[in-house]
Design a protein around this ligand. Structure first.
Ligand SMILES: [Zn+2]
Length: 229
């Protein structure tokens, strides 16, 4: 019956590919097969000195760092990130997390990873948005990789309301006052996969990562859905 209702609703409100607006078949989730295969993948996953890892050299002590897709200002990747974050396409967030998990499952440096932690939003921001986009990606990854997702071990203390305050925000990040580990004993001696939707400067991951690295014996890897290279 559900299938029949879905079929009917798809006839009346057809699902369109978020990248090219083509009609989707019943097997396709949010992105058509053609666009999915054309996505600009970051192919350097297995090299520990890849360009995402290099962004953090001298800033954050990491076991491994990488990204699934290459982010550029005018690409389907931008549309996907926008669709997840601002249009609330929760299903797309989880599906992209699964695609990311499928790749990261094969990385030797991550076979001993214990826990997945999505970069937290400030609680007020999460209420406004209704979800945390990194949390969706983390749960998709978890389905494929098997590690549990911890959403309340780290909190975000500072609320940056607009992009116009970015310079002030960066100062906060530098002073390392944004994130606080509230359940450190839960994370002791664990290898944490810290997840963000997109890495540009890496400042947010650096701030959260440095807070996490204060926990006894903690090892850290950072992974994003997309990164500017
Ligand atoms: Zn398409």
């Amino acid at each position: 019956m559900n299938k029949l209702l879905n079929s009917l609703s798809n006839l009346i409100f057809p699902n369109l590919c978020v990248c090219c607006d083509a009609y989707l078949t019943f097997q396709e989730e949010a992105i058509c097969d053609l666009c999915y295969h054309r996505l600009p993948r970051f192919e350097n996953y297995s090299n520990p000195s890849n360009s995402v890892a290099k962004k953090f050299w001298g800033r954050l002590k990491l076991e491994y760092a990488s990204s699934y897709l290459e982010f550029s200002s005018n690409s389907d990747v931008r549309k996907i990130l926008h669709e997840i974050k601002y249009k609330g396409n929760l299903n797309l967030g989880i599906e992209m997390g699964k695609a990311l998990g499928r790749v990261m499952k094969k990385i030797p440096e991550l076979t001993n990873a214990d826990v997945i932690i999505p970069i937290p939003l400030h609680p007020q921001r999460e209420i406004e948005r209704g979800f945390n986009q990194s949390n969706l990606i983390a749960h998709g990854m978890s389905e494929l990789m098997g590690q549990k997702v911890y959403v309340d071990a780290v909190i975000r203390k500072k609320y940056n309301s607009t992009q116009t305050n970015k310079r002030r925000y960066e100062r906060f990040i530098n002073s390392n006052e944004i994130f606080k580990v509230v359940k450190p004993t839960l994370l002791e001696n664990k290898h944490i996969l810290l997840i963000d939707d997109v890495i540009t400067t890496g400042a947010t991951l650096e701030a959260c990562g440095n807070a996490l690295l204060e926990v006894e014996g903690l090892r850290l890897s950072v992974i994003s859905l997309a990164a500017s290279i």
